[in-house]
Design a protein around this ligand. Sequence first.
Ligand SMILES: NC(=O)c1ccc[n+]([C@@H]2O[C@H](COP(=O)([O-])OP(=O)(O)OC[C@H]3O[C@@H](n4cnc5c(N)ncnc54)[C@H](OP(=O)(O)O)[C@@H]3O)[C@@H](O)[C@H]2O)c1
Length: 254
Amino acid sequence: MSPKKAKPLQERIAVVTGGSRGIGKAIALELAERGAAVVVNYISSAKAAQEVVSHIESHGGNALTVQADISDFNQAQDLINSAMEKYDKIDILVNNAGITRDTLIMRMTEDDWDVVQNTNLKGTFNCSKAAIRPMMRKRYGRIINITSVSGQIGNAGQANYSASKAGQIGFTKALAREIASRNITVNAIAAGYVETDIWDGVPEEARSGFLEMIPLGRKGEPEDIAHAVAFLASDEASYITGQVLAVDGGMAMV
Ligand SMILES: NC(=O)c1ccc[n+]([C@@H]2O[C@H](COP(=O)([O-])OP(=O)(O)OC[C@H]3O[C@@H](n4cnc5c(N)ncnc54)[C@H](OP(=O)(O)O)[C@@H]3O)[C@@H](O)[C@H]2O)c1
C-alpha cells in the first residue's frame, strides 16, 4: 500500500464477506488503503484472513477478522453484531463471498443447487438485512454486491450459479428502491473472468474459450474489481443506486 494515496474513506467502516482470498481480499486491501477500517469475513481460511488483517495493520490501517458462514441467517447477524461491537457503525457492506458447483443440469444435484443459492443469494440477503438497520440509524450506507457476467448472459454448466448471480441483480434493484430514502445506495458489480481459486478444476480449454470472449483481450485482476468497489463506496458515487457495473473487459455489453 502506498502511503501517499489519499484516504477518502478515512472515517468509514467496511464489512467484506469472503475477504480472505481472491477478489474479496483485493477489495479489503483497497478499502483499507483508502482509509476504511475493514471487517474481513471468512468461513474456513482463518490464517489467510489473519494475513489480510496483518497486512492492513502493518500499513497503519485498522481491521478485524470475523469467522461466519454467511449462508446461515444467524451467523450473518453475528458477523454484523461483531462489526458493531468493535466499530459502532457500518458504512459499507460488500457482499462478495461466493461459490460455484459447476455441472450440467442433467447431473446437478439438489445439494449443488441449494448450497450455491444459499451462499451467493441468501448470503447476500442475510448480510444486507442485518446491516441495514445500523445503516438506517446513521442515514448512510453503501451496499455493493459482487455478481457475475454469468448472471447476465448465462453460462452452460452454471445454471445454479447463473441463477444465484441473476438473483443478486434483482435483489440489488429492489433493495435500492426500498432504502434510497435513507441515503443508502445499493449497487452490483458484474465481474468477468478473474483467475482466483474459484476457477480451480475448470479445464484449460474452457478458460481459453472465456479469454477469447473478452474484447480487451486479457483476464481481469482482483484489483480491477476492487477499484470499482472503491468508486461505488466513495462520495463521488453518492447519486448512483440500483445499477450493475460490468467490470469484465467488455465481455457482456448488456
Ligand atoms: N473469479 C471470477 O472470475 C469471478 C467472476 C465473477 C464473479 N465472481 C464473484 O466474486 C466473488 C468472489 O469470488 P472469488 O473468485 O474471489 O472466489 P474465491 O477466491 O474462491 O474466494 C471465495 C471467498 O468466499 C468465502 N466464502 C465462501 N463461502 C462462504 C460462506 N458460506 N461464508 C463466508 N465466506 C464464504 C471464502 O472464504 P474462505 O477463504 O474461508 O473459504 C473466500 O474468502 C464471488 O461472489 C464470485 O461469484 C468471481
